[in-house]
Write a protein that binds this ligand. Structure first.
Ligand SMILES: Cc1cc2nc3c(=O)[nH]c(=O)nc-3n(C[C@H](O)[C@H](O)[C@H](O)COP(=O)(O)OP(=O)(O)OC[C@H]3O[C@@H](n4cnc5c(N)ncnc54)[C@H](O)[C@@H]3O)c2cc1C
Length: 333
């Protein structure tokens, strides 16, 4: 079973917010059809449409392959032209610069496939599958193990890379293996040990390998009603304690143990502090929300302001959990 069995053989070119726009690395504004696939690369695609913050400039080139062959063809295209490749999942942990991203952005969100194997209790999913949907699907089957993940609005690929976690569980706890594609087209199956997991990190971060699929060990055989109830309870708790009503990236900073970043920011008096359209959320101080019309630079400068203030008050360096893509130099004047 591989993701090449996923439905369709066409890359997504529709519904893209594209414009002619000058970024760091200018390219033709024609759609590029990849040979031997129906896959198309779109120039000047605005990434604000593909990030949960709803900010970010254009990718020089953007492609969202629907299967492994199209993904490999996209990588080959980039390699032959010496283009930098940036991988996007659901864009729920990203801050993309207003100046956009040079090279080719490959979004894996359309790599779709899932298989619940009752013999092994393993769930194998393509990188683009939505984590909240998988959590609900598992619960409805009476499979335990993903209840904690229902509020994490990312893809399986992003969760593997980020070691996404909540409620004292994380992907590393249940990952059996991840399949990754290297720039030279080689596919490898890696164990959690090979991925070097720790709190919200893996060896895949900052690298050039693309997660294509993952296998998770779950526990079938429970009462679906009970698993659904626990899953919904987690969702409810998050809706009550985190600001899901405005665009955000979830927690902006890693928790500097033994402290929580949110507590430090709140104690520093920054709840509600705003730069442009970016605000430290009133409900949860480790969230920065886009109150409307925020630029990536507003969010970036607010991150820097928080770091500076917390450093002054507590002598603690808050390390961002959000991944920043593109150029931010001089963004704060
Ligand atoms: C409201 C809200 C709540 C959140 N709550 C939580 C939470 O409780 N716990 C938590 O851990 N996170 C949370 N997040 C953050 C985010 O959802 C997770 O980090 C998630 O795992 C990111 O997945 P993604 O698909 O959106 O990845 P992206 O944000 O698109 O990418 C994240 C990183 O992974 C890389 N990447 C993505 N896909 C691939 C791939 N297929 N192959 C290689 N690299 C890839 C990207 O290059 C980037 O470096 C929250 C976010 C929001 C908006």
């Amino acid at each position: 079973m591989t993701i090449s069995q996923a439905a369709g053989n066409v890359c997504t070119v529709s519904a893209l917010n594209t414009k002619k726009h000058q970024t760091t690395n200018s390219v033709d504004s024609e759609v590029i059809y990849l040979p031997n696939t129906d896959c198309a690369i779109r120039p000047q695609a605005y990434l604000s449409a593909f990030t949960s913050y709803r900010v970010g400039g254009a990718a020089d080139l953007y492609v969202a392959p629907r299967n492994l062959e199209a993904l490999q063809a996209s990588l080959k295209y980039a390699k032959e032209r010496d283009l930098k490749v940036t991988t996007l999942g659901a864009g729920s942990n990203l801050l993309v610069s207003d100046r956009g991203i040079s090279g080719l952005v490959i979004a894996t969100r359309h790599l779709r496939f899932s298989n619940f194997d009752p013999q092994t209790g393993q769930l194998t999913v393509a990188a683009g599958e939505s984590i909240p949907s998988l959590a609900l699907a598992a619960a409805e089957l009476g499979w335990q193990g993903l209840e904690w993940a229902v509020g994490i609005p990312g893809t399986a690929g992003g969760a593997v890379v980020m070691n996404a976690g909540a409620h004292n569980s994380c992907i590393a706890d249940m990952l059996v293996s991840a399949e990754v594609l290297s720039p030279d087209g080689t596919l490898e199956t890696l164990t959690p040990e090979q991925l070097g997991y720790s709190y919200r990190t893996s060896l895949l971060q900052g690298g050039d390998r693309i997660v294509t699929q993952a296998t998770l060990q779950l526990a079938p055989g429970a009462d679906p009603a009970k698993v659904v109830a626990i899953t919904k309870e987690h969702k409810k708790h998050r809706l009550n304690t985190q600001p899901y009503n405005f665009p955000s990236c979830g927690s902006v900073f890693r928790n500097p143990k033994p402290y929580s970043a949110g507590w430090l920011i709140e104690q520093t008096g920054l709840k509600g502090y705003q730069i442009g359209g970016a605000q430290v959320a009133l409900l949860h101080a480790n969230f920065i929300v886009n109150r409307g019309g925020a630029k990536a630079s507003d969010i970036f400068c607010l991150i820097r302001h928080i770091q500076h203030q917390v450093q002054e008050r507590w002598s603690i360096n808050l390390e961002p959990e959000v991944k920043m893509l593109g150029e931010f130099q001089g963004a704060c004047g």
